[in-house]
Design a protein around this ligand. Structure first.
Ligand SMILES: [Zn+2]
Length: 158
């Protein structure tokens, strides 16, 4: 989605023409329950043209594919894809340390994220651990997973 009706909110190269009330009305159309269900919310700023045409290449699709296939393999070996784990199975697979569990509960409460968001954060963190070939998520994966709920955090604190 665009950040605002004109699409330029936060764009360093072109000023946003919207009023605060327009922006508020636009963003509030995304309800909390809907946002809860979107696991990866990331701000993607407009790229400067010179970067769009840059020849610098990132990882090849083949390399990324191999990493994703390996992560799915780990999930099948555990019994099911992360997407299909129920709440209890998910918590068992994550095997969070007592300290990490308490930390996560505190962060979610401070961010006013819902109970549903808790399991969704766990699911993303577990997938990050699978991609990194770690046995289970730790603080770094939890932080990254929470980081992907950017819009959720902005709107709830807004
Ligand atoms: Zn705007």
């Amino acid at each position: 989605m665009n950040p605002c009706p004109c699409g330029h909110l936060g764009d360093p190269r072109q000023a946003c023409q919207c009023t605060a009330a327009q922006i508020q009305r636009y963003q509030s159309r995304l309800s909390g329950p809907l946002l809860d269900r979107i696991d990866l919310q990331i701000e993607v700023p407009a790229l400067p043209p010179e970067q769009l045409t840059s020849r610098e290449v990132g990882e090849s699709s083949a390399v990324v594919r191999a990493r994703v296939m390996a992560a799915r393999q780990r999930q099948y070996a555990r019994g099911a894809l992360n997407a299909h784990l129920g709440g209890r199975e998910l918590e068992a697979a994550c095997a969070l340390s007592t300290a990490d569990r308490a930390w996560l509960a505190g962060v979610l409460e401070r961010l006013r994220l819902s109970a549903r968001a808790y399991h969704r954060v766990l699911r993303v963190a577990l997938t990050l651990a699978d991609l990194a070939e770690k046995p289970h998520p730790e603080r770094g994966e939890l932080m990254e997973a929470i980081g992907y709920r950017q819009l959720d955090r902005q709107l709830r604190q807004g």
